[in-house]
Design a protein around this ligand. Structure first.
Ligand code: SF4
Length: 710
């Protein structure tokens, strides 16, 4: 029997509406759902390949335990839970709860039950050792909130904006609007519609990306100069008086200090060092601050992963702040919750908290942000000899053996644990190292709703519920991912909390937990369920409320550590980039491909057809001077490791730059670059260009030498 069911994709935060064709209990095809009012029929190649991923040969169908020789054997769920609980108790008794850690990755993001329940498991154990992909991704955004504070009403939305500036972010491929301060859904259509309505788009990127193709002004600098570029833009704007002086006078602290510090960034000097055309910085500043009245700047992985990343992100947000690009009292608030409770939105400042100075501190000396430890320190927190070092790690929708910086070091750390547990749908690199692997349901086998999407800046009162579409394959022994932590909590005699304490005697259903999460929703979940394609609910936009009486907090744009970083960035602007004492020939930047998201999607047939491996993309001039053609192999040599990659030539990549996607490769000593691709994380050094506060290493703009691999 063939049926069609409406659902939504849960691979990335786009949560695109899908129509799934189901034959004999299997999802055989999906297409974009034109009736979904948010994504209107769009679905990318990853979403459309969901059935292949769902039933692919790497699907994990049984829980596994590791034998002493490193191979795995099947184990039933109850025995696996007993095994983990039995090994966890002595670790906690001997080393304390902080020796138990969790690493939560991006594949737990679009899963409203799993992520909070796994994190709560750590809480009830009493462990502060929570790591997530956020602190190894765009954690500079959290550093900025921690140092500057934030405007509770939020930034001006894309709708109605006349200018937008994107730096090192390619939403037309990543499909994520979040990092560019864009709406959370369908950024391609939204940018195009905004441009048709008159928006001017400025894009700064070392690669002429698909987003750059839509720009009114495109700056193509050498990577790693984002902080200097934004310092120069601020210098022009403050010098010319194009900032919003009344807003700054009322809500900003440190304007004069910042103006003095960025005065050292002469635009002509920055243009020369960054390799951008003369006059482009003045042009960008004019478009954004003098001629543009409404609209924001946003930075992505480029500025957030390259040199001076914390400063770069701070200055991007400072640009928004000094230009007053925030919502004011009386304006319509863009966020209208549906599955979340309604809360007043206020035109006031939440002050800087600098949690890392006062909260829990890890053995590596780094503090926390939003209750999370810094993921770049995870391997060292495991390998430390000090009491309290991490001895057990739970991986939640994550593949740290592939994702953590300096892959050899990370894999050595994972191998040194007393207990490594992961839950996955496929045999990942981490699963192959794990003591216990829980085989869990694929997205189409579990219900879900879009409550999480609302927290990402959704500008429409949209919500959708999806039922489980199919049962797992008949020969599978897989469980709901959240059940792993519920069952472990039962064995350990602790009570989990999900919107209130859970009944630990009677195991709930996923639907009961979804109901529970939506208990305070503005629109009842039962009403949301009446709309299989999701719906935009008729909820008037509330107005931004004035600040509460007595609230006089300010956005601190120039605290001493930021000013210190501005000076260091200025001193660094002419520093040579070297590899092993020799001048770097190129800078390696992170690349987005539509077909993959981190390590997800690399094994799909469509991906492999287009990219049998992750190429090193270089411009034609660099290919000529190196004497290589597309398909040739090159050695990509960084300071402490090297990888082999296949060359592809792309005129969009500027000279001096190599662009590669991450998430490929295999375990370090098992990688065949012609089969697995190359792991760029092996090139990330843990001991240079590391940011204070978040331990963020340089993941992009990495100095490399490129050689033919004859
Ligand atoms: S952009 Fe692609 S992967 Fe992301 S939710 Fe949409 S279809 Fe899924």
């Amino acid at each position: 029997m063939t049926t069609e069911t409406r659902t939504f994709c849960r691979i990335c935060q786009g949560m695109c509406g899908l129509v799934a064709t189901i034959e004999d209990g299997r999802v055989v095809k999906v297409r974009g759902d034109k009736d979904n009012p948010l994504t209107r029929g769009f679905a990318c190649s990853k979403g459309l390949a969901s059935p292949e991923f769902h039933y692919g040969p790497k699907r994990l169908l049984r829980h596994q335990r590791r034998r002493s020789d490193g191979t795995h054997e099947p184990i039933c769920f109850d025995d696996a839970i007993d095994l983990v609980a039995d090994r966890l108790r002595p670790i906690v008794a001997r080393h304390g709860p902080r020796a138990v850690a969790a690493y939560v990755g991006t594949q737990a993001t679009c899963n409203v039950i799993y992520r909070p329940l796994a994190i709560d498991f750590l809480r009830v154990l009493g462990s502060p050792s929570l790591f997530t992909s956020m602190t190894i991704d765009q954690s500079a955004k959290w550093v900025t909130i921690g140092r500057m504070g934030s405007w509770l009403a939020g930034r001006q939305p894309l709708k109605g904006a006349d200018v937008w500036l994107l730096s090192g972010v390619n939403p037309m491929v990543s499909m994520s609007g979040w990092s560019g301060n864009l709406p959370a859904y369908d950024p391609v259509k939204q940018i195009k519609e905004a441009r048709r309505a008159g928006l001017k788009l400025i894009v700064i990127d070392p690669v002429r990306t698909q987003t750059a193709e839509n720009a009114d002004l495109f700056l193509q600098p050498l990577p790693g100069h984002d902080a200097a570029i934004f310092a120069a833009l601020l210098n022009i704007i403050l010098r010319e008086g194009w900032h919003d002086a009344p807003f700054c006078a009322a809500h900003v602290a440190g304007l004069d200090d910042l103006a003095r510090a960025v005065a050292a960034f002469d635009p002509a000097l920055v243009e020369a060092r960054a390799g951008i055309r003369s006059g482009q910085l003045l042009h960008a500043a004019t478009m954004f601050a003098r001629d543009g009245r409404r609209g924001c700047a946003g930075g992505g992985t480029g500025p957030n992963m390259a040199d001076h990343s914390n400063l770069a992100e701070h200055l991007i947000e400072t640009l928004n702040v000094v230009c007053g690009r925030v919502l004011r009292a009386g304006e319509p608030a863009p966020r209208r919750p549906v599955l979340n409770p309604d809360r007043p939105v206020r035109a006031e400042v939440r002050p800087a908290r600098r949690e890392w100075e006062t909260g829990h501190r890890g053995l590596t000396g780094y503090g926390t942000m939003f209750g999370q430890m810094m993921t770049a320190t995870l391997a060292d927190e495991i390998l430390s000899d000090a009491p309290g070092a991490i001895r057990a790690l739970f991986c939640v929708g994550a593949n740290p053996a592939n994702a953590l910086p300096d892959q050899r070091h990370a894999v050595a750390a994972l191998g040194a644990l007393d207990l490594l547990v992961t839950s996955d749908v496929v045999w990942s690199e981490t699963a192959r190292l794990a003591d216990v692997v829980f085989a869990v349901k694929q997205p189409f086998e579990r219900p879900d709703h879009t409550q999480f999407l609302e927290t990402l800046g959704l500008e429409l009162p949209f919500a959708q519920y999806t039922p489980a579409l199919v049962e797992p394959p008949a020969d599978a022994d897989v469980v709901d991912d959240w059940l792993v932590y519920y069952a472990l909590a039962q064995r350990l005699g602790v009570t989990l909390d999900l919107a209130g304490p859970l009944d630990m005697q009677v195991t709930p259903t996923s639907d009961a937990l979804l109901d529970r999460l939506a208990g305070g929703s503005t629109v009842p979940l039962s009403v949301v369920k009446e709309h299989p394609s999701g719906a935009v609910f008729d909820r008037p936009a509330p107005l931004v409320q004035p600040a509460r009486d007595g609230r006089r907090d300010r956005l601190t744009i120039a605290p001493p550590d930021v000013i210190d970083e501005v000076h260091r960035c200025r001193a660094d602007i002419a520093a040579p980039r070297t590899v092993g004492g020799r001048p770097a020939t190129h800078l390696l930047v992170a690349r987005r491909e539509r077909e993959t998201m981190n390590s997800f999607g690399r094994d799909l047939a469509g991906t492999r057809k287009r990219f049998p491996r992750n190429p090193a993309w270089i411009g034609p001039a660099d290919a000529g001077s190196l004497g290589v053609a597309g398909g040739d192999l090159v050695r990509v040599i960084a300071e402490h490791d090297a990888i082999i990659a296949e060359v592809r030539i792309d005129a969009a990549v500027r000279p001096g730059v190599v662009s590669m996607s991450h998430g490929w490769g295999n375990l370090p000593d098992a990688t065949d670059p012609l089969v697995d691709g190359a792991s760029t994380s092996r090139l990330v050094a843990r001991d240079r260009a590391v940011q204070a506060i978040n331990a963020m290493p340089r993941l992009s703009a990495i100095p490399i030498r490129l050689e033919r691999a004859d």
